[in-house]
Design a protein around this ligand. Structure first.
Ligand code: C5P
Length: 314
Protein backbone atom coordinates (compact mmCIF):
# COMPACT_ATOMS: atom_id res chain seq x y z
CA UNK A 1 0.00 0.00 0.00
CA UNK A 2 1.15 3.53 -0.83
CA UNK A 3 2.85 5.22 2.13
CA UNK A 4 1.52 8.67 2.95
CA UNK A 5 4.00 11.17 4.35
CA UNK A 6 2.83 13.57 7.05
CA UNK A 7 4.81 16.55 8.23
CA UNK A 8 4.38 18.07 11.68
CA UNK A 9 5.63 21.55 12.50
CA UNK A 10 5.71 23.27 15.89
CA UNK A 11 5.13 26.99 15.50
CA UNK A 12 6.07 29.35 18.35
CA UNK A 13 4.14 32.39 19.56
CA UNK A 14 5.83 35.79 19.79
CA UNK A 15 5.95 38.70 22.17
CA UNK A 16 6.89 42.22 21.07
CA UNK A 17 9.52 43.59 23.44
CA UNK A 18 9.21 46.95 21.70
CA UNK A 19 6.32 48.04 19.51
CA UNK A 20 6.77 51.62 18.36
CA UNK A 21 4.10 52.75 15.94
CA UNK A 22 4.96 55.49 13.47
CA UNK A 23 2.73 57.09 10.88
CA UNK A 24 0.16 55.50 8.60
CA UNK A 25 1.44 54.94 5.08
CA UNK A 26 -0.51 55.29 1.84
CA UNK A 27 -1.12 51.51 1.83
CA UNK A 28 -2.87 51.79 5.23
CA UNK A 29 -0.09 50.09 7.21
CA UNK A 30 1.87 51.80 9.97
CA UNK A 31 5.63 52.18 10.03
CA UNK A 32 6.96 50.15 12.96
CA UNK A 33 10.00 49.51 15.07
CA UNK A 34 9.07 46.06 16.26
CA UNK A 35 11.38 43.94 18.42
CA UNK A 36 10.08 40.38 18.21
CA UNK A 37 10.91 37.46 20.48
CA UNK A 38 9.70 33.91 19.74
CA UNK A 39 8.55 32.14 22.92
CA UNK A 40 7.90 28.54 23.94
CA UNK A 41 4.15 28.44 23.48
CA UNK A 42 3.45 26.40 20.37
CA UNK A 43 0.72 25.55 17.90
CA UNK A 44 1.31 22.18 16.27
CA UNK A 45 0.47 21.94 12.58
CA UNK A 46 0.22 18.59 10.78
CA UNK A 47 0.18 18.54 6.98
CA UNK A 48 -0.97 15.41 5.16
CA UNK A 49 -1.43 15.00 1.41
CA UNK A 50 -5.15 14.93 0.53
CA UNK A 51 -7.35 15.14 -2.56
CA UNK A 52 -8.25 18.76 -1.72
CA UNK A 53 -7.14 21.57 0.58
CA UNK A 54 -9.00 21.38 3.87
CA UNK A 55 -8.43 22.36 7.46
CA UNK A 56 -9.35 21.02 10.91
CA UNK A 57 -8.59 22.48 14.33
CA UNK A 58 -8.30 21.09 17.85
CA UNK A 59 -7.23 22.57 21.18
CA UNK A 60 -7.80 26.00 22.61
CA UNK A 61 -10.65 28.23 21.34
CA UNK A 62 -11.37 26.11 18.27
CA UNK A 63 -14.79 27.69 17.67
CA UNK A 64 -13.13 31.03 16.86
CA UNK A 65 -10.64 29.65 14.33
CA UNK A 66 -11.86 29.90 10.72
CA UNK A 67 -11.57 26.60 8.83
CA UNK A 68 -12.31 28.09 5.43
CA UNK A 69 -10.10 29.93 2.94
CA UNK A 70 -9.85 32.93 5.25
CA UNK A 71 -7.52 30.97 7.55
CA UNK A 72 -4.00 32.32 7.00
CA UNK A 73 -2.52 28.80 6.99
CA UNK A 74 -4.82 27.83 4.09
CA UNK A 75 -3.81 31.01 2.27
CA UNK A 76 -0.14 30.11 2.85
CA UNK A 77 -0.63 26.64 1.35
CA UNK A 78 -2.37 28.10 -1.71
CA UNK A 79 0.31 30.76 -2.22
CA UNK A 80 3.16 28.23 -1.95
CA UNK A 81 1.38 25.73 -4.25
CA UNK A 82 0.96 28.45 -6.87
CA UNK A 83 4.60 29.50 -6.54
CA UNK A 84 5.79 25.86 -6.76
CA UNK A 85 3.37 24.89 -9.53
CA UNK A 86 1.91 22.01 -7.48
CA UNK A 87 -1.59 20.95 -6.48
CA UNK A 88 -2.56 22.45 -3.07
CA UNK A 89 -4.35 19.25 -1.96
CA UNK A 90 -3.36 18.95 1.68
CA UNK A 91 -5.11 18.39 5.00
CA UNK A 92 -3.95 21.04 7.48
CA UNK A 93 -4.60 20.12 11.09
CA UNK A 94 -3.89 22.83 13.66
CA UNK A 95 -3.62 21.90 17.32
CA UNK A 96 -4.05 25.33 18.93
CA UNK A 97 -2.18 26.34 22.06
CA UNK A 98 -1.45 29.99 21.21
CA UNK A 99 -4.28 32.26 22.41
CA UNK A 100 -6.62 33.51 19.69
CA UNK A 101 -6.91 37.29 19.19
CA UNK A 102 -4.22 37.48 21.85
CA UNK A 103 -1.51 39.51 20.10
CA UNK A 104 0.86 36.52 20.26
CA UNK A 105 0.93 35.93 16.52
CA UNK A 106 -0.93 32.60 16.46
CA UNK A 107 -2.39 33.04 12.96
CA UNK A 108 0.99 34.14 11.62
CA UNK A 109 2.68 31.18 13.33
CA UNK A 110 0.27 28.75 11.66
CA UNK A 111 0.86 30.37 8.25
CA UNK A 112 4.64 30.20 8.72
CA UNK A 113 4.40 26.54 9.75
CA UNK A 114 2.26 25.79 6.69
CA UNK A 115 4.85 27.44 4.40
CA UNK A 116 7.81 25.67 5.98
CA UNK A 117 5.95 22.34 6.23
CA UNK A 118 4.57 22.27 2.68
CA UNK A 119 7.96 23.35 1.32
CA UNK A 120 9.29 20.10 2.84
CA UNK A 121 6.22 17.98 2.01
CA UNK A 122 6.35 18.94 -1.66
CA UNK A 123 10.19 18.96 -1.85
CA UNK A 124 10.09 22.46 -3.33
CA UNK A 125 13.49 23.41 -1.92
CA UNK A 126 12.55 27.07 -1.47
CA UNK A 127 15.32 28.82 0.48
CA UNK A 128 14.87 31.12 3.48
CA UNK A 129 14.72 34.40 1.45
CA UNK A 130 12.12 32.79 -0.84
CA UNK A 131 9.99 31.74 2.12
CA UNK A 132 10.37 35.16 3.77
CA UNK A 133 9.14 36.97 0.68
CA UNK A 134 6.05 34.73 0.42
CA UNK A 135 5.52 35.22 4.16
CA UNK A 136 5.48 39.02 3.71
CA UNK A 137 2.64 38.66 1.19
CA UNK A 138 0.57 36.88 3.84
CA UNK A 139 0.92 39.36 6.71
CA UNK A 140 3.26 41.76 8.47
CA UNK A 141 4.17 39.29 11.26
CA UNK A 142 4.52 36.16 9.13
CA UNK A 143 8.18 36.72 8.10
CA UNK A 144 9.23 36.79 11.77
CA UNK A 145 7.16 33.67 12.39
CA UNK A 146 9.24 31.93 9.70
CA UNK A 147 12.50 33.20 11.22
CA UNK A 148 11.93 32.69 14.96
CA UNK A 149 14.53 33.61 17.61
CA UNK A 150 14.59 37.37 18.02
CA UNK A 151 14.60 40.12 15.43
CA UNK A 152 14.05 43.80 14.82
CA UNK A 153 11.26 44.35 12.30
CA UNK A 154 10.95 47.64 10.43
CA UNK A 155 8.75 48.79 7.57
CA UNK A 156 5.35 47.34 8.45
CA UNK A 157 7.24 44.75 10.53
CA UNK A 158 8.33 42.51 7.67
CA UNK A 159 11.89 43.79 7.13
CA UNK A 160 13.91 41.80 9.64
CA UNK A 161 17.31 42.03 11.26
CA UNK A 162 17.98 38.95 13.43
CA UNK A 163 19.13 39.69 17.00
CA UNK A 164 21.33 37.59 19.24
CA UNK A 165 20.54 37.56 22.93
CA UNK A 166 22.25 35.97 25.86
CA UNK A 167 20.42 33.33 27.90
CA UNK A 168 16.72 32.59 28.23
CA UNK A 169 14.14 35.21 29.18
CA UNK A 170 11.26 34.02 31.34
CA UNK A 171 7.73 35.23 30.72
CA UNK A 172 4.23 34.77 32.04
CA UNK A 173 1.30 35.44 29.72
CA UNK A 174 -2.13 36.26 31.10
CA UNK A 175 -4.79 35.25 28.62
CA UNK A 176 -7.83 37.53 28.72
CA UNK A 177 -11.39 36.22 28.65
CA UNK A 178 -11.89 38.44 25.58
CA UNK A 179 -9.91 39.18 22.41
CA UNK A 180 -8.80 42.30 20.59
CA UNK A 181 -8.61 42.48 16.82
CA UNK A 182 -5.47 43.94 15.28
CA UNK A 183 -7.25 46.31 12.83
CA UNK A 184 -9.54 47.46 15.68
CA UNK A 185 -6.56 48.46 17.82
CA UNK A 186 -4.68 50.22 15.00
CA UNK A 187 -7.93 51.97 14.00
CA UNK A 188 -8.54 53.19 17.56
CA UNK A 189 -4.96 54.50 17.78
CA UNK A 190 -5.51 56.32 14.49
CA UNK A 191 -8.68 57.99 15.89
CA UNK A 192 -6.90 58.88 19.12
CA UNK A 193 -4.13 60.66 17.21
CA UNK A 194 -6.60 62.57 15.04
CA UNK A 195 -8.73 63.61 18.02
CA UNK A 196 -5.63 64.80 19.89
CA UNK A 197 -4.63 66.85 16.83
CA UNK A 198 -1.43 64.82 16.46
CA UNK A 199 0.14 64.02 13.10
CA UNK A 200 -0.75 60.50 12.04
CA UNK A 201 0.55 59.95 8.54
CA UNK A 202 4.00 58.57 7.72
CA UNK A 203 5.04 61.67 5.77
CA UNK A 204 4.50 63.86 8.86
CA UNK A 205 6.07 61.58 11.47
CA UNK A 206 9.66 60.47 12.05
CA UNK A 207 10.49 56.84 11.26
CA UNK A 208 10.20 54.81 14.45
CA UNK A 209 13.54 53.61 15.82
CA UNK A 210 14.53 50.62 17.90
CA UNK A 211 15.62 51.50 21.42
CA UNK A 212 19.39 51.07 21.63
CA UNK A 213 19.09 50.55 25.40
CA UNK A 214 16.69 47.68 24.78
CA UNK A 215 18.90 46.09 22.11
CA UNK A 216 21.97 46.38 24.38
CA UNK A 217 20.15 44.94 27.41
CA UNK A 218 18.87 42.05 25.30
CA UNK A 219 22.34 41.36 23.85
CA UNK A 220 23.86 41.34 27.38
CA UNK A 221 21.05 39.23 28.83
CA UNK A 222 20.50 41.93 31.47
CA UNK A 223 16.90 41.18 32.43
CA UNK A 224 16.61 44.06 34.91
CA UNK A 225 17.73 46.63 32.33
CA UNK A 226 15.59 45.02 29.65
CA UNK A 227 12.51 45.29 31.87
CA UNK A 228 13.07 49.07 32.10
CA UNK A 229 13.04 49.43 28.31
CA UNK A 230 10.09 47.24 27.22
CA UNK A 231 7.43 49.37 25.55
CA UNK A 232 4.28 49.07 23.49
CA UNK A 233 2.75 52.21 21.94
CA UNK A 234 -0.59 50.44 21.54
CA UNK A 235 -1.03 49.65 25.23
CA UNK A 236 -2.88 52.89 26.18
CA UNK A 237 -5.41 52.54 23.39
CA UNK A 238 -5.91 48.82 24.11
CA UNK A 239 -6.52 49.70 27.77
CA UNK A 240 -9.12 52.25 26.70
CA UNK A 241 -10.85 49.56 24.62
CA UNK A 242 -10.57 46.89 27.35
CA UNK A 243 -10.21 48.73 30.70
CA UNK A 244 -10.20 45.44 32.63
CA UNK A 245 -6.66 44.77 31.40
CA UNK A 246 -5.38 47.39 33.89
CA UNK A 247 -6.19 45.09 36.82
CA UNK A 248 -4.32 42.19 35.19
CA UNK A 249 -1.24 44.37 34.62
CA UNK A 250 -1.34 45.61 38.22
CA UNK A 251 -1.68 42.07 39.59
CA UNK A 252 1.34 40.72 37.69
CA UNK A 253 3.53 43.64 38.68
CA UNK A 254 2.46 43.41 42.35
CA UNK A 255 3.34 39.71 42.33
CA UNK A 256 6.96 40.46 41.42
CA UNK A 257 7.09 40.74 37.64
CA UNK A 258 9.95 42.99 36.52
CA UNK A 259 7.65 44.49 33.87
CA UNK A 260 4.18 43.96 32.50
CA UNK A 261 2.90 45.05 29.12
CA UNK A 262 0.32 44.47 26.46
CA UNK A 263 1.39 41.69 24.12
CA UNK A 264 1.35 43.06 20.54
CA UNK A 265 -2.16 44.37 19.89
CA UNK A 266 -3.53 42.35 22.86
CA UNK A 267 -5.58 41.16 24.52
CA UNK A 268 -2.94 38.96 26.18
CA UNK A 269 -0.68 40.69 28.71
CA UNK A 270 2.98 39.69 29.06
CA UNK A 271 5.11 39.75 32.21
CA UNK A 272 8.89 39.54 32.23
CA UNK A 273 10.08 37.69 35.34
CA UNK A 274 13.59 37.06 36.72
CA UNK A 275 13.52 33.25 36.58
CA UNK A 276 11.35 30.11 36.47
CA UNK A 277 10.47 30.36 40.20
CA UNK A 278 9.35 33.95 39.77
CA UNK A 279 7.28 32.87 36.79
CA UNK A 280 5.33 30.36 38.87
CA UNK A 281 4.70 32.95 41.60
CA UNK A 282 3.38 35.52 39.13
CA UNK A 283 1.31 32.89 37.30
CA UNK A 284 -0.27 31.71 40.58
CA UNK A 285 -1.11 35.28 41.61
CA UNK A 286 -2.66 36.07 38.22
CA UNK A 287 -4.80 32.95 38.30
CA UNK A 288 -5.88 33.52 41.91
CA UNK A 289 -6.85 37.13 41.15
CA UNK A 290 -9.50 36.14 38.62
CA UNK A 291 -8.35 38.99 36.36
CA UNK A 292 -7.55 36.63 33.48
CA UNK A 293 -8.95 33.43 31.98
CA UNK A 294 -5.73 31.41 32.08
CA UNK A 295 -1.97 31.77 32.25
CA UNK A 296 0.93 30.42 30.27
CA UNK A 297 4.56 30.27 31.35
CA UNK A 298 7.09 30.42 28.53
CA UNK A 299 10.68 31.30 27.73
CA UNK A 300 12.43 32.75 24.73
CA UNK A 301 14.07 33.06 22.36
CA UNK A 302 13.16 29.75 20.70
CA UNK A 303 13.85 28.76 17.10
CA UNK A 304 11.30 29.20 14.32
CA UNK A 305 9.27 26.34 12.86
CA UNK A 306 11.11 23.33 11.51
CA UNK A 307 9.40 20.37 9.85
CA UNK A 308 9.44 16.84 11.27
CA UNK A 309 8.31 13.83 9.32
CA UNK A 310 6.09 12.15 11.89
CA UNK A 311 3.93 9.48 10.32
CA UNK A 312 3.75 7.11 7.46
CA UNK A 313 0.30 5.58 7.11
CA UNK A 314 -1.34 3.30 4.59
O1 C5P B 1 -0.32 42.53 8.04
P1 C5P B 1 -1.55 42.06 8.72
O2 C5P B 1 -2.57 41.54 7.75
O3 C5P B 1 -1.29 41.10 9.82
O4 C5P B 1 -2.18 43.33 9.42
C1 C5P B 1 -3.47 43.31 9.96
C2 C5P B 1 -3.96 44.72 10.16
O5 C5P B 1 -3.17 45.35 11.19
C3 C5P B 1 -3.81 45.64 8.96
O6 C5P B 1 -4.92 45.53 8.12
C4 C5P B 1 -3.73 46.99 9.62
O7 C5P B 1 -5.01 47.42 10.04
C5 C5P B 1 -2.95 46.70 10.89
N1 C5P B 1 -1.49 46.93 10.74
C6 C5P B 1 -1.02 48.22 10.58
N2 C5P B 1 0.32 48.43 10.46
C7 C5P B 1 1.19 47.40 10.51
C8 C5P B 1 0.73 46.08 10.69
C9 C5P B 1 -0.63 45.89 10.81
O8 C5P B 1 -1.81 49.18 10.54
N3 C5P B 1 2.49 47.64 10.40
Amino acid sequence: MQKLRSITVRAPAKVNMQLTVGGRRNDGYHELANVFLAVSCFDEITLTPADRLHLTVSGRGTAQVPIDDSNLAAQAVKLLAKKGGVDPGVHIHIDKRIPIQGGMGGGSADAAAALVGCNALWNLGLDRPGLLSLAAELGSDVPFAVLGGAALGTGRGERLIPLTGSGALHWVFAIAPFGLSTPEVYGAEERRRRQAGLPSTADLMPSPKASQRLLDAFARGDVGALAQTLSNDLEPVALSLRPKLAATLATGKDAGALAGMLCGTGATTAFLVPDARGAQRVADALLASGTCASVQIAHGPVPGPSPEETTATG
